[in-house]
Design a protein. Structure first.
Length: 323
């Protein structure tokens, strides 16, 4: 919960409307930044395209012993002294669904970082989508339509802009309970500081569809270290609750304990779901997080189906994890 100075108050709807329009206006420039990040990471990384069952032409190769006669391309072979086999591209492409938390807490930026959490989340979401499209995957914003091809990332950016541009839309800090389709991926970008017992049921609804998820927790460095000293006023980003600390440094140890406990509980839940968690701080290059996320996405070919345990869940979870 960042400290803020007193400022002229506006109506909650007016604040939300102004923030929504400002965020939507930034999306085109964030798309440019995302593609720059994606190009940097893509250098030296090969896509996922490879031969296999499908309808799209992949390549010709010489006929080999053991190949079926029906795989011979007679038109290509007629112009050569060799028999050629037409190989098709592997088309068991996955669909990657993207969600970006646009709640008020994501607008936070401290003096320790040059970018807000929401801007970094959008850049990472679009850059990841760009890498996936290069590899022949389908991408889409959760609740919309998945696409493949050059315009898929642009459409993803438009989906984000439309959502950000609707001031009447309450920006939920939890991922939506949407139908995604079996064996797809979901990439969730948020600070994930909500109470674990509120977040995990929503993740389970997605996991039980046979969806594999990757959470990218985006934090400002001040949210990790609580670097404030002396008399400090803290204001909740979403509920507006205020607290004045006479000596902010005296809260640091207890704050770290709560943050560590929250992250431990979240990790335990994700291990049960066989999902992953990547922690990224906004003072670090976006390329670091994108490269790590790409490495995790490279291992898509396994059973994603979540099978809930017969044992009851541990419900003794932190209820005040939101910072």
């Amino acid at each position: 919960m960042p400290p803020i100075a007193d400022s002229k108050r506006t109506s909650p709807l007016g604040e939300l409307e102004s923030r929504a329009y400002a965020l939507a206006e930034r999306v085109p420039s964030l798309l440019v930044a995302a593609r720059r990040v994606s190009h940097t990471v893509a250098h030296g990384i090969h896509g996922r395209r490879r031969r296999g069952p499908g309808e799209t032409f992949w390549q010709f190769r010489h006929f080999e012993s053991g190949d079926a006669a029906e795989t011979i391309d007679w038109r290509r072979s007629a112009s050569s002294d060799h028999l050629y086999v037409r190989e098709r591209e592997w088309e068991a492409a996955h669909t990657a669904w993207v969600w970006v938390d646009m709640s008020l807490s994501m607008a936070f930026r401290s003096h320790l970082s040059q970018t807000s959490k929401i801007d970094r989340a959008i850049i990472l979401a679009l850059a990841t989508g760009d890498l996936l499209v290069r590899g022949g995957e389908r991408i889409g914003f959760i609740g919309g339509r998945a696409r493949v091809g050059r315009m898929a990332v642009t459409q993803l950016a438009l989906s984000i802009a439309r959502r950000a541009n609707d001031p009447a839309l309450e920006q939920d800090s939890l991922p939506p309970a949407a139908a995604l389709g079996e064996f797809s991926e979901c990439l969730l970008f948020s600070d994930f500081l909500e109470p674990v017992d509120e977040l995990v049921p929503r993740l389970e609804q997605l996991a039980m569809q046979g969806v594999r998820g990757h959470l990218v927790q985006i934090l400002d460095p001040a949210e990790e270290t609580l670097p404030y000293r002396g008399r400090t006023e803290f204001t909740g980003s979403e509920d507006g609750e205020r607290m004045i600390a006479g000596r902010a440094e005296s809260l640091r140890e207890r704050y770290h304990e709560r943050l560590t406990s929250h992250r431990r509980e979240l990790n335990e839940a994700l291990r049960r779901l066989e999902w992953s968690l990547l922690i990224h701080h906004t003072d670090r290059p976006a390329e670091e997080a994108l490269l790590a996320l790409h490495a995790r996405l490279a291992g898509m070919e396994h059973d994603y189906r979540y099978r809930p345990s017969a044992e009851p869940m541990d419900t003794d979870l932190a209820t005040e994890a939101t910072l």
